[in-house]
Design a protein around this ligand. Structure first.
Ligand SMILES: NC(=O)c1ccc[n+]([C@@H]2O[C@H](COP(=O)([O-])OP(=O)(O)OC[C@H]3O[C@@H](n4cnc5c(N)ncnc54)[C@H](OP(=O)(O)O)[C@@H]3O)[C@@H](O)[C@H]2O)c1
Length: 220
């Protein structure tokens, strides 16, 4: 049996942070939850414990404390907050996996705020040069985590990064969360993954889909 890893979830009170926390609480992980507002993650922890009393989940005082204790850090904050979060965790995130889930959407959801030759994940890697930034969970909607299934098949979750071992570790995390992990390429592929989600959001608005499960690659 593999050693239990500790995962820090920064932004755990949000839509994605709470959905990721709930899904990963079923796995062999110790979860440390933190957010910007004091006490906001307590409701998420109570919800998790209510359905799974054995879950190894607790709140952490702040993102630096959580990241210091963690093997894997998930940045579940808006893109605009990542600079501030990166500054707080930089010293304690050395050599650790940091998962970037951000979609750097503009205010009207008709474009990205990042330049065409970069991505939110690459910007986070620049801010955390000694960490192993991996893109994951940006193509999955928060609402999908409860039932990540399309037509009876597990929803795909694309992953991108430069470190093979880290990609493998994050594939396991994605799998425990209930999705089918697909390693799409190196970290620069995050540009495509972030644009994929922009497209999906735009199509959802254009055709007024009331529920969108996400992506599924069909193959023989
Ligand atoms: N929603 C989706 O379906 C979806 C899908 C894929 C990817 N994403 C990405 O996931 C990320 C989170 O989205 P969301 O919808 O979950 O947003 P959200 O519901 O607004 O949650 C944001 C979380 O970030 C925390 N936060 C904000 N500023 C912070 C700071 N400076 N330091 C520490 N924590 C901070 C908030 O804490 P407080 O509540 O305490 O302020 C909250 O826990 C975004 O980057 C988004 O692009 C979202």
């Amino acid at each position: 049996m593999s050693t239990k890893k500790t995962i820090a979830i920064i932004g755990a009170s949000g839509n994605m942070g709470s959905a990721i926390s709930k899904s990963l609480s079923k796995g062999n992980y110790r979860l440390l939850l933190c957010s910007d507002g004091q006490g906001k993650v307590e409701a998420v922890i109570a919800d998790i414990k209510n359905s799974n009393p054995a879950a190894d989940v607790e709140s952490a005082e702040c993102s630096a404390q959580a990241s210091w204790e963690a093997d894997i850090i998930i940045s579940a904050v808006p893109y605009a907050a990542e600079k501030e979060v990166a500054a707080k965790i930089k010293e304690v995130a050395n050599q650790k996996i940091v998962i970037s889930i951000a979609n750097p959407l503009n205010e009207t959801y008709n474009g990205l705020v990042t330049a065409a030759d970069t991505s939110a994940a690459e910007e986070l890697q620049r801010l955390l040069p000694n960490s192993k930034v991996i893109k994951a969970f940006n193509t999955t909607f928060a609402a999908d985590f409860a039932t990540p299934v399309i037509d009876g098949k597990q929803v795909d979750a694309f992953i991108a990064g430069d470190d093979e071992e880290a990609l493998q570790t994050v594939s396991e995390v994605v799998s425990v969360a209930g999705f089918s992990p697909i390693v799409a390429g190196d970290l620069s592929v995050s540009r495509t993954l972030e644009n994929m989600q922009l497209l999906l959001i735009q199509l959802g608005m254009k055709y007024n889909y009331n529920w969108l499960a996400g992506w599924k690659i069909l193959h023989n």
